[in-house]
Structures are given as C-alpha cells and as structure tokens.
Design a protein around this ligand. Sequence first.
Ligand SMILES: [Zn+2]
Length: 210
Amino acid sequence: MPASRRNARNARICPVTQASFAGSYAIGACIVDASGQVPARGRNRLSDPRGAHGGVIGGHDLAHAEINALLNLPATPRPECYGWTVLTTVEPCPQCAGAVRMSGIRALEYAAPDPWAGCARLLTDDPYVRRKEIRVGRAPTDVQRLATRLALVSFLDEGHDTPDSMVFRAYQAVTPDDVQAALAVHTAGHLPALRAAGASLAAALDLLNI
Ligand SMILES: [Zn+2]
C-alpha cells in the first residue's frame, strides 16, 4: 500500500473522534483522490444544531458522515473523480451507499461492518447501481475493531440504543467481543471523560483495547 494511502487511512480517524467529542455518533468519512490527498472530510452530525453550514449538514436525519464528506467536496470533476475513493469507518447505510453511487466516485472502503443498517451490497447487487462497477474494499482488522467499538459506545452514550436493542443484538450475533468491549467502556463512562479532558487518540485506543 502506498504511503499516501496509509496516511489517508490514518486521517479518517480524525472525523471519528471529532464526531464523538461533539456529541454525535462516532462515525467519520473522507474522500481520497488518486494521489492520496484528502480533499474532503465528513462526520456524523445527527446531534449537531440543525442547519447547513460550511458545506455540511447537521441536526438532520440525513446528516451521516459519508453524506457530509461528499457535500464537503468542492467539486467532483469527471473523469478525475472516477479514481477517487470514499473511506468510511462504518459500512454505509442505504442512503449513503446510494449517495456514493450518485456522486460519480467509483470506490468505497469501509472499516466496521454494520449488521443492522449496512448496505454496501447495494453497490454490487442492485442492477442499476452495479453498472458503475464501484469497487468495495475493507480496512485492516484493527481499524475495523476500533471503528466498531467507537460507534457502539457512542450509540449507547447518546441514548440511541440499549444493550438489548435489535441493533445490539444484530452486532452481538456477528462481533460479540466488540459489543462486550463497548459495553464496558460505556458503563465506565470513559468516552465522556476523555471528551471532557480533551484526551489524545492514543488514550482512546488504550481504553478500547485496540
Ligand atoms: Zn448513512
């Protein structure tokens, strides 16, 4: 893997922690161009004040990380954008998978699988969507674990889910270790404490046993 792409992978951690520290779900995304540069970033902003500011949306059901990364792009020139990639920390939902398709970008890589709302299969299974031949890739295993645990902790911390919800039961069925780690961090109140302290990413990684 080129160094530029590795740097881009690392860069996507930033929107995730920003989302969590801002009180939204810990999900982030970015766009990587063919040279490995990152022209746009986005994060989940469901819990932000409602509105559209600075090229992103907040406080809206559609304010997902991938949508905000795509909205944050200054342009999607053809054919250049055909060589760009959307990187996201959690498998995109139907809305975001559809948005990737409609954006002109033809590659997606995601970290955490989402057994509840994930719909990456839309990009390869739907007859209309697969005509664009969008490539779907995955992140390394440790990045998948980090993304899964951060997202699950934020679901609990923000009151979106409970450990016995259908969402958590779906995760429990495919990735029980991550569910247990997330429950422990949530119960201890670690992420709000890190947020209040302005702690480093390294400290968060330690707490999440990554
Ligand atoms: Zn989405």
